[in-house]
Design a protein around this ligand. Structure first.
Ligand code: FAD
Length: 368
């Protein structure tokens, strides 16, 4: 079983990203992670590498390069065609033990959440799950804290030579954010929820320059305890909240007349070409499906416009939408916390205001 020796941290170099693909297509979160990984690699002055597992998947390499990878370690085998914990964990741990990356990022998809802890345990290192911010550069981390926390950062002592990956994530039920480091073991491993990191623009020059490395690895049928006999896709079409440009989100504020609340929210979303989402209350009350939940335990979204209808703006909700380009809040309580982060706030009854907004959008569209 591979095990990374923790006594020589200096032997570890480069930032790695697990490039999750399913049926020959990259998961969107991989491109977000590469973009974030690029910043970390630049700060450390090292390479950004992808590790791509599958069967006949090397056509994906240039896309990975275009989003920042300098190199991609491609591990191909018919036994890696479909994800299995045993096969993927074995190959990743073998290659990682050999190549010794300093940082290893994995998307917190269902597969990533299964794979990450398994690899971390085998490599005898630490993993911080569900990170929302990552830094290696202490000055940048201090800047992040100055903006995102109530700490008196200027009154604290900082070691500017510290190269540990600072992994920030919600803790204690989302009531505070914690930054975690893994000082004695490598790689520092982190899973990151889809949609949290921003994708950088594609670069054709980077795509053309990306190098393929084919590491040696051993894998045979005996390494697999499970066999995938069929991949069945769910019939229900999941909504693409993360990719939506316009989101109209409802909260408990529609409880007076849920049917009408959802109807007017949908009319506004349709007029904008957007999607209806909700706070956890809207999901827990059964008004909307779970794939429409925005927030810490739902999805992290970054649309052009996020319209919050009857949502108070609890910290767990804000965690999933506060980076939207423009936030419009409609709430009858003028002191609702959502107004603190809203670009435009309308104080009043959403049942009266939303139809007027829809009408305004309709008119604006006809006049253009
Ligand atoms: P409320 O907080 O009850 O707010 C309703 C708002 O509607 C009020 O501000 C009220 O003034 C306004 N209102 C009422 N009637 C009207 C009207 N007619 N017109 C206009 N405004 C009106 N929450 C999430 O959303 N997403 C998450 O992922 C999430 N994860 C969580 C994880 C943990 C571990 C915990 C502990 C909580 C989590 N929560 C999450 C729950 C969160 O703390 C809040 O309870 C929730 O976001 C509140 O939802 P809300 O704003 O719809 O309801």
């Amino acid at each position: 079983m591979p095990s990374n020796n923790s006594t020589n941290i200096a032997a570890f170099k480069d930032v790695w990203v697990f490039c999750e693909q399913r049926q020959g297509k990259l998961m969107p979160t991989v491109l977000e992670l590469l973009s974030e990984g690029r910043k970390l690699a630049d700060d450390l002055g090292v390479d950004l590498c992808g590790i791509l597992l599958g069967d006949q998947v090397d056509h994906l390499v240039s896309e990975l390069g275009g989003y920042g990878a300098d190199k991609v370690y491609v591990c191909e085998s018919p036994l890696l065609k479909d994800y299995t914990t045993d096969a993927y964990a074995k190959v990743i741990c073998d290659v990682t033990s050999e190549q010794k990356p300093e940082i290893f990022l994995i998307g917190a998809t269902h597969i990533g959440r299964d794979l990450g802890p398994r690899c971390a345990a085998r490599l005898h290192t630490g993993l911080c799950a569900d990170c929302t911010a990552l830094d290696v550069d202490t000055k940048k981390y201090v800047r992040f804290l100055r903006n995102a926390s109530t700490l008196n950062v200027d009154g604290m002592k900082w070691d500017e030579t510290d190269r540990n990956l600072k992994m920030t994530r919600p803790a204690f039920g989302g009531h505070l954010m914690a930054t975690i480091i893994c000082p004695r073991f490598r790689p520092s491993m982190a899973t990151v929820r889809p949609g949290v990191m921003q994708k950088r623009p594609y670069s054709q020059a980077k795509a053309d320059a990306c190098q393929i490395v084919r590491p040696d690895f051993k894998l045979d049928e005996r390494d697999l305890c499970t066999k995938v006999t069929e991949v069945v896709k769910t019939a229900r079409k999941m909504v693409d909240l993360i990719g939506a440009d316009f989101i109209v989100s409802v909260g408990r504020g529609i409880s007076k007349d849920v049917e009408d609340g959802l109807k007017i929210a949908k009319e506004l979303a349709d007029e904008l070409g957007g999607i209806v989402a909700g706070s956890r209350v809207a999901i827990d009350s059964g008004w909307l499906n779970a794939d429409r939940q925005v927030g810490q335990t739902g999805k992290t979204v970054r649309p052009i416009v996020y319209i919050a209808l009857g949502i108070s703006g609890a910290i767990q909700h804000r965690a999933g939408m506060q980076d939207s380009d423009c936030i419009i809040a409609v709430n009858k309580n003028s002191t609702a916390p959502i107004f603190e982060i809203a670009d435009y706030g309308i104080c009043g009854d959403l049942f009266k205001i939303v139809p007027l907004l829809t009408q305004m959008v309709r008119e604006a569209k006809t006049n253009h």
